[in-house]
Design a binder for this molecule. Structure first.
Ligand SMILES: Nc1ncnc2c1ncn2[C@@H]1O[C@H](COP(=O)(O)OP(=O)(O)OP(=O)(O)O)[C@@H](O)[C@H]1O
Length: 789
């Protein structure tokens, strides 16, 4: 029991402690009480300090201000000297202004000008203006003085009366309003006593600050106050630098603007943008972005940059300047390795890695729903760029690729196994095949239109899903034509090629037909205007003039400062100006380069990968990419053929027969052409019965002599590289010409190599040649090779 009363009561078998004194506390307070106090406070302090320190350290602004502060401390002596100089100059300017005011300097200048101009009327008026001004000035001064004296006298009289009244009467006996007046007087007196000593200090300081302000540097901007001494000072561009550079361009309205103390409005203050600085400036009245772009060299020099590193272009309005300035030297060096060099695939609907922008970002160039026009002076990287795009397309296993090279160049040889059509050469046959291909592409476009229309929901364009359905034949079809000016300027096929290409460019995009054109010569004659107008992606490597520039990039681009004329031959090889490849108005692109030259072939492994992908994805493509190369036209052999075993045939008849045999080649032949070929071979036409005839024995002798002459040449070729070839071709390079045996048969017939037959735009609906077929007689399109994957 005793123990129960001391320790508590027992309830239900449990001992309840006895409470002698207590206080009601909340749950939180009780928790706080329960926790040991010391560690909590310490932890809180540590956490707070850590948070503050982190914020301080992380804050970019703090870092910047620290750097500015350190810079200013280092520059303190120079700044103090500068401020002193401003103060002196400020006083000087005030004195100058006071002197001008006091002596009516501006009006006197008018008098002087009138005297010099010999205009007595203007002079008299200016002198009268001085007199009137002086009179008004003194009158105003008199009024101000009078008002001040009267005011001071009234105030003094009031104070004296108040003082006397206070001497005579006690304030307690005064009426309330009078007490208030005394209180106001006392308050004002106290305030003046308090402020006066401060005024003695603040007054002179304010005076000095005003003098410094008056004497401040009035050149544009005020960056000197904040610009820190940075490690990357070379890259540092600020408003002051830009304003100063613009102020010294020699553009009259800009000069006047700055002379009058104008300050430019920066719609976007200079900010880091990739490997450079970007700013957007509203230009003053009378100045356009084009005027600044015209003085790009001076602007670049003023900014301490190369012209290529300075890009003044028009923003949305003519009066707004977009200025991008590269960090010094950042545009040197190539774009690095192509991201798909060693692995990776492409979805053509997403684009192909093409190069690095000036901002250092990779451009995934759009291919689907796009057409490209690539151009520039020789040897600047057009073909390589075209090849990179085609290689990218090859890595999309659904894409079908056609390539036409209108010149003797092996740049696309390694791609051959992946190409559905490939023609290369300078002869008319390649041009004829290219036109044929364009014509078939337009037919294919119509077919695709019908196929799309038959799909549920009538989709307006090909989608990835539709392209993947092999049965529909809506896969991406990329047709690349290198040196396309040769085609568009072709005396026979040029016009037709132009019409077909324009139709394809205008309408083929949504059907997955993509045209890539590259040219050395982007003039208005070589590249039809309609093509320039309608291609979505324009790429200009170094070009010679504004005509070529706008021919590739679109009208008005040169004017707007988007200029590939600034790119230097050789130095800027591989760098181009491109429009339409990103959402930006233009890009300066360092293109990726996949080498195929000097024995280094990195293209073939990619093609091998592409082929493997095609097989892996269940598409059918065989290594029979070697198209049946057309046998080069052999006029001598053709003449023998049309002589038909007759001993003599009239030249007129030979010409008619030749035109029937091969209209593409001989349709426009005249006697001169025939005679030239025969004379060169030593079988010139002779006169017989008053008409010119071709003698069969002379032609046969000429053919035999040629065969004898060619024999050692062929042996020589077998033992070494062919002269004039660019780059080293892979071993598996297919034969370009038919075997000599076939040539000697000289019948003018064409040979068709073995190939597999699958459905393709080219052969869809037509009969296929069985594998290992014998020479075919047909003269129609001969490169109906294997289909697209
Ligand atoms: N992006 C690049 N980076 C580095 N070098 C390049 C690049 N593109 C091209 N080159 C170099 O320039 C050379 C010429 O390139 P390419 O054949 O593509 O020029 P082109 O403009 O097509 O010339 P042409 O008009 O004579 O056909 C290449 O062999 C290569 O050495």
């Amino acid at each position: 029991m005793t123990s129960q009363s001391e320790h508590g009561q027992e309830q239900g078998g449990e001992l309840i402690p006895k409470v002698y004194d207590a206080e009601l506390v909340s749950h939180e307070d009780s928790e706080a009480v329960d926790r040991p106090r010391g560690p909590v406070i310490r932890r809180l302090a540590v956490e707070c300090t850590g948070y503050v320190l982190r914020r301080v350290r992380e804050s970019e602004r703090t870092a910047r201000w620290r750097s500015v502060l350190a810079y200013r401390l280092r520059k303190l002596p120079r700044d103090v000297g500068r401020l002193l100089w401003f103060m002196v100059r400020g006083h000087g300017r005030w004195i100058g202004k006071a002197w001008t005011w006091a002596t009516h300097g501006d009006l006197r200048a008018d008098v002087r000008a009138a005297r010099l101009a010999g205009d007595p009327q203007a002079r008299r008026e200016a002198q009268e203006a001085i007199r009137a001004d002086a009179k008004t000035r003194w009158a105003k001064l008199g009024i101000a003085l009078r008002r001040s004296v009267i005011g001071a006298a009234v105030a003094l009289a009031l104070l004296v009366v108040l003082a006397l009244f206070e001497m005579l009467f006690d304030r307690a006996d005064m009426p309330r309003w009078l007490v208030v007046v005394y209180e106001v007087r006392d308050f004002l007196g106290a305030a003046i006593r308090l402020v006066a000593p401060w005024l003695l200090v603040v007054g002179p300081v304010g005076w000095l600050v005003a003098a410094v302000w008056e004497g401040r540097d009035r050149t544009p901007g005020a960056g000197w106050l904040t610009q820190p001494d940075r490690d990357d000072a070379d890259s540092w561009v600020d408003e002051r630098m830009i304003s100063r550079a613009l102020a010294h361009l020699g553009i009259a309205p800009l000069n006047a603007f700055f002379k009058d103390g104008g300050q430019l409005v920066y719609l976007i203050a200079p900010r880091k943008d990739g490997d450079g600085t970007f700013a957007r400036v509203r230009l003053p009245l009378g100045v356009t972005a084009g005027m600044v772009a015209d003085r790009r060299d001076t602007l670049a020099a003023n900014l301490g940059r190369a012209a290529l590193e300075t890009w003044p272009t028009k923003a949305d309005e003519d009066g707004v300047l977009d200025l991008w300035i590269a960090d010094k030297g950042s545009l040197g060096g190539g774009a690095g390795d192509w991201p798909l060099l060693h692995d990776g695939t492409v979805d053509l609907f997403d684009g192909v890695p093409f190069g690095l922008t000036q901002r250092g970002l990779i451009i995934n160039a759009p291919l689907f729903e796009a057409n490209w026009l690539i151009g520039g002076r020789p040897g600047q990287g057009k073909t390589s760029a075209l090849r990179t795009l085609t290689l990218g397309a090859a890595l999309d296993s659904t894409a079908e690729l056609w390539v036409f090279v209108m010149g003797e160049s092996p740049d696309f040889e390694p791609l051959r196994p992946r190409l559905t059509r490939y023609r290369m050469g300078m002869d008319d046959k390649v041009a004829a095949d290219a036109v044929q291909a364009l014509s078939e592409l337009t037919e294919e476009m119509e077919r695709r239109g019908r196929t799309l229309g038959a799909q549920p929901g009538q989709p307006p364009k090909v989608s990835r899903k539709l392209a993947d359905r092999a049965g529909l034949g809506l896969h991406p079809l990329v047709a690349a034509i290198d040196e396309c000016h040769e085609l568009f300027q072709h005396r026979k096929y040029g016009k037709q090629a132009e019409e077909l290409a324009v139709r394809l460019i205008k309408r083929g995009r949504k059907y997955g037909i993509i045209l890539l054109l590259a040219t050395q010569s982007p003039t208005k004659d070589s590249i039809p205007k309609e093509i320039t107008r309608n291609v979505s992606c324009g790429v200009a490597f170094a070009v010679a003039d504004h005509i070529a520039n706008d021919g590739l990039l679109g009208a008005g681009k040169y004017r707007a400062g988007i200029r590939a004329t600034e790119l230097r031959m050789k130095t800027d090889r591989g760098t181009c100006v491109a429009v339409g490849v990103t959402d930006e108005a233009w890009e300066l692109v360092r293109t990726f380069y996949v080498p195929f030259e000097d024995g280094l072939d990195l293209v073939s492994p990619i093609v091998a990968r592409a082929l493997a992908q095609v097989v892996e994805n269940g598409r059918t493509i065989t290594a029979t990419a070697e198209e049946d190369e057309a046998e080069p036209v052999d006029p001598l052999a053709d003449i023998t053929h049309v002589l038909n075993g007759e001993a003599r045939v009239r030249t007129q008849t030979v010409l008619v027969r030749l035109a029937t045999l091969n209209p593409a080649e001989y349709d426009d032949w005249t006697f001169t052409d025939l005679s030239a070929v025969l004379s060169e071979a030593g079988a010139e036409p002779v006169k017989s019965h008053g008409v010119k005839v071709v003698r069969a024995d002379a032609v046969a002798a000429a053919l035999a002599a040629r065969a004898r002459a060619e024999e050692p040449e062929r042996h020589g070729e077998a033992n070494g590289d062919r002269p004039g070839s660019r780059g080293v071709l892979p071993n598996r390079l297919p034969r370009q010409n038919p075997p000599s045996g076939q040539r000697e048969q000289g019948s003018g017939s064409r040979t068709g190599k073995s190939r597999e037959c699958r459905e393709s735009p080219a052969n869809r609906g037509s009969e296929c040649t069985p594998p290992d077929s014998l020479p075919v007689e047909d003269d129609g399109p001969r490169d109906r090779g294997r289909d697209g994957p």
